[in-house]
Design a protein around this ligand. Sequence first.
Ligand code: PMP
Length: 360
Amino acid sequence: MPLPDVDVRVRPALAGFEPYDPAFSPCKVNLSANENTHALPRAVREGIAAALVRTPLNRYPDPLANELRDELAAWHGVARENVMVGNGGDEVLFNLLFAFGGQGRRLVVAPPCFEEYKNFAKMCETEVVEVWRDEQSFALDEDALVRAASDAALVMLTSPNNPTGDLVDPALVRRLLDETDALVMLDEAYIEFADASASLVPWIRENPRLMILRTLSKAFALAGLRCGYLIADRSVVDVLAAIRQIYSEDVLAQAVATEAVRSRAEFAPVVAEIVAERGRLVEEFDRLPGVTQWPSSANFILVRLPHAAEVRARLRDEFSILVRDFSYAPGLSDCMRITVGTREENDKLLRALHRISEGE
Ligand code: PMP
């Protein structure tokens, strides 16, 4: 018999939360979760296999994953003390709110954006202030963001943004840093798919209130591994180091992540292919009747089309292609988010969309 009053016993800030639902159904082509759908490059796969064989499982991990931190630090031109890893970017986000949020503090977000910012903030009893993007263009309301940030503990912006695909203008980050006292977290989970100059990691050195989130789940094709990291001022990293789950990054994840980051040059052709395919999809979507789309610097494209929920269901049920339906989400009526897949996967998607639009 279930405990009848569990909702009363649970910590009030946590009552009513539901388990995360990725809206997954088994399909031949999965373009729903912004993963990198390409196989790992062969050399990387071989390096990972060798690293796994060398990794003892009977010993606890290095809690701070220092070998991995060193590899990430070397890549980004920062010190080990500027890098903190976590069990996916999600853990890092949670820890940021755990550390810098809390009762009486505010987080500013700019929806539509990654929902977990808000969920983690609520779990950590942090008030969420939403500065909505323009309904049509999804442009950020920069003045309203600066105003809201002026009495906030934290601002979380996403560049490129999930699900709209646009980059944050560095001038806005400059304003937030200059005109407010908030900590500014820029989530660059998808930045490898944007122009090389788009990342604000180089700003870290001069701006101790700026923090950049990155992940190996996207460009590095390691979503199943669970490895994300923050690049920030060492004082911020010290706080995160002190409050994190001590062994959240296990030995296998540390070994695989270190090898993948060391072999990062191997991923460049895959990322270039995804960027080229994104361009092709944009051109092809333009040929479909009734489709609106927004320019994307990420590995996905947000599209609006008549009867999106029904189109998504037909793609799934008749063509075994899964995309992400956002038609129910505030501000995203009739929108779907489509991950850029391999050339073959994209061809299948385009054929299916043409057949649906021709009324077959
Ligand atoms: N930030 C954004 C914007 C995301 O879309 C995601 C994953 N969907 C994450 C962070 C977290 O990614 P992960 O936990 O896999 O590193």
